[in-house]
Every structure is written in C-alpha cells, then in structure tokens.
Design a binder for this molecule. Structure first.
Ligand SMILES: Cc1ncc(COP(=O)(O)O)c(C=O)c1O
Length: 388
C-alpha cells in the first residue's frame, strides 16, 4: 500500500484530473499540489481533508471527518481558560540518541501539555462528552479510579469547570501525583498495592462503583472503557502528528495503559499507511498482552495488569517488552542527551522506538510519545543517583 501522497497522485491520474485542475478545485497553486505529491511540502490537515473529498479517497477512519472537539492552541491570543491551551505539543527529532544506521525517531513531548501529561486531553474530552450527553450536570461529582495522570487531568478540568472531583489511586503511585491531584482541589482516596497492580486497580474501580451506587450524582468517566478517550487521540493527537511530521511515518509504538493512545493514534496512522509497523509496549513484569505474569513495576501509567476495552487489539503488529532498568536508563538519557525531562514510561516508549528504528533502518521514520513530565517522579528511582 502506497503512502498517502502516492495515493493522492494515483487517484488524481485515475480520475483524469491534472495538477493544475486540482489546484483550481482546491484553491491552491499547482506548485503546492506538486510539492505535496512529491513529499516536498506537507499539506495542512484542512487541505488534506479537502483533497480527499475532491478525489473521493477515504484516508481517515469514518469518524475523523473534520477537526472537532476543542480549539487548537493559538499562542498569539489570550486563552479564555487554560483548557484552550491543551494540545499542540512539540515534536522533536532525537539527535543524540538516534543512530545513522537506524530510522529517525521523532517524539511528541506531552510533558509540555497543560497539566504536564497526555492525559489532560482525555480528561477534557471525557468531561466534554459527559456534559454533551447530559451525564454530567452542575451537581455531578466526578470519581475516577486511576494510577495517576488521568487523575491529575480530571482534577484540573474539575477545577476549571467547577466539579467536585474524587480520585481513587493505588498507594504505589508517586507521592507527587497524589499531591498534584490535591493541589488542584480534588480529593484523593488511596488503595493499598500489595504487589499485584492488577488486583489493586480492580479494587480502585470497585470502590468507585460503590460510591456511584451510594450517590446518584457520582459520574465515573472510566478511561479504560470510555470511547471519548481514544477518540481525542484520533481527532487531535494523531492529526497533530500528521501535520507536524513531514513525509511518511513507518513505525509507531506506545505503552499500553488504557490503550487510548496506541488505538487512537494507531488507527489514524494505519489508515494512512496500512504497512506501518505498530508496536504495543509492555513492562517486563506486566506483559499481559504477551501472556506474561503480573507483578509490580516502575513504569507508572502503563502495564496496569488488565486488557483494557479501549485497546484495539488489531492495531499493533508486535509487542515489545521493556525492563524497568531500560525504561529508567532511557528516560535519564532523554534528559541528559536530548534535554527532554520526561517520566519513566517515556523511557519505555523511546527504548522500544529505538529498537523499532534499528529494525526499520535508515531513511525511515518512527514516532512515539513522551506521555508526561519528569517533575512528578522526584520520589521515584528515576531521580536516584545511579552512581550512588
Ligand atoms: C505516564 C503515562 N504513560 C503512558 C500512559 C498510557 O496511555 P494510555 O492510557 O493512553 O494507554 C499513561 C496513561 O495514563 C501514563 O500516565
């Protein structure tokens, strides 16, 4: 299957439309059409949607017809609230960690997102959907079982939108995460993790459900099953990646927490390039997709010991297992060699991306995400002196 640029050209020729005619029909110049077809220029998404419409190409999954959900970040305006600044995080090519014998690796740095993680996107979209559908009203109490970042995101949105928010989390998550949730004004309920993270997450969920039975105002967004989670990655994160990366994307990998990131981004990237290699990444001691045993591990946010409903299990072509040591060493390298302050699961993703880059070889492009900032890991082994 050809890259989408080749597909545009093939369809145009098949329909007997010249570059000049297509330029007229789409309101662009012939030279721009030529540059897009030859990979010299990147179409904006609005232009890409338009070209697909004219040439009757179904490049995107059906539900990705336009850019809905929330306003893109515009740095030259005053935002009505912090929520207007969500998204549009930078993408950075790894320059010192990459190798000339491997594909280039480009990372989307979600540590710079509002709230310091990718989860502000999903929190916002789940709340927006809840409001739209009438499940959330001014009296709603938002209660979510989460191992961390989703709680911070929901606490942030709850603060701006004025909802009482309760976050239920394992006591094994870093202290910074608990403090951040409280600092946004949300309540924290801790559940003991005695070494089986899957059992602990199940108990967090059971506690939330008990609260919902006892109080009709309780709404549980349920990031593991809520379709608004992967949807925001289809409508935003994936489209941002396409706009930012010039040329074809040959590989993508992501750790699996709720599965929202890999499914949402993966579905759009695969729609554009069915030959893309997509890897699901798992911690060594929670490699449930690979059929491994579930224990406890340090790669917070992924490897929760369950197979989430929001994971599209047909989207990845392989599974990559990363040890805690490799994840931490890679996260440290990201700070020390690339100036990228990011969390442990970012190390997981990049460790896998570097392997994928070696497999695909020079001239190819691998994309991954850095889900959060390092600044919520001060109390974890990420910040222990490796030489001490
Ligand atoms: C630090 C971190 N990394 C990765 C993920 C995984 O993302 P997803 O839930 O979309 O699979 C999460 C999710 O909370 C996270 O907090």
């Amino acid at each position: 299957m050809p890259d989408y640029r080749r597909l545009l050209r093939e369809k145009r020729i098949e329909k007997g439309i010249s570059q000049y005619q297509l330029a007229e029909m789409s309101g662009m110049t012939q030279s721009h059409i030529n540059k897009i077809e030859n990979g010299i220029a990147n179409p904006s998404l609005d232009i890409l949607f338009k070209l697909c419409e004219i040439l009757e190409i179904r490049l995107f999954p059906d539900e990705v017809k336009s850019r809905p959900v929330y306003t893109p970040r515009v740095t030259s305006m005053v935002c009505e609230s912090i929520l207007d600044a969500i998204g549009y995080t930078p993408m950075i090519r790894l320059s010192r960690m990459g190798s000339p014998d491997a594909a280039q690796v480009i990372v989307k740095y979600e540590g710079l997102n509002v709230g310091g993680s990718i989860k502000t996107r999903t929190a916002y979209n789940m709340i927006l959907e809840g409001e739209r559908s009438g499940k959330i009203t001014s009296e709603t109490i938002i209660v979510e079982p989460t191992s961390g970042n989703q709680g911070i995101g929901l606490a942030l949105i709850g603060a701006v939108r004025g909802y009482r928010t309760v976050i239920i989390m394992p006591d094994s998550v870093s202290e910074e995460r608990r403090l951040l949730v409280s600092h946004y004004g949300a309540e924290v309920v801790l559940i003991h993790d005695d070494g089986d993270i899957g059992a602990c997450i199940a108990e967090c969920l059971a506690t939330a459900k008990r609260m919902a039975r006892e109080n009709p105002h309780v709404y549980i967004p349920q990031q593991f099953t809520n379709p608004a989670n992967p949807m925001v990655h289809k409508h935003h994160t994936a489209l941002e990646i396409l706009e930012q990366v010039a040329g074809p994307i040959d590989g993508f990998c992501s750790g699996v927490g709720t599965g929202g990131t890999i499914s949402g981004i993966g579905e759009v990237l695969r729609a554009l390039n069915p030959g893309i290699e997509i890897w699901a990444v798992e911690p060594e001691h929670a490699a449930i997709l690979a059929g491994g045993n579930i224990g406890t591990h340090l790669q917070m946010g992924i490897g929760d010991g369950l197979i989430p409903d929001n994971l599209n299990r047909t989207i990845y072509s392989d599974i990559c297992i990363v040890t805690d040591e490799e994840a931490i060493a890679t996260a440290r390298d990201l700070a020390r060699k690339e100036g990228l302050m990011c969390g442990i699961s970012s190390g997981t993703n990049v460790a896998a991306a570097l392997r994928l880059a070696r497999k695909l070889g020079p001239g190819k492009t691998v994309v991954t995400v850095l889900p959060d900032t390092a600044e919520r890991y001060f109390s974890t082994p990420l910040f222990e002196d490796p030489k001490a």
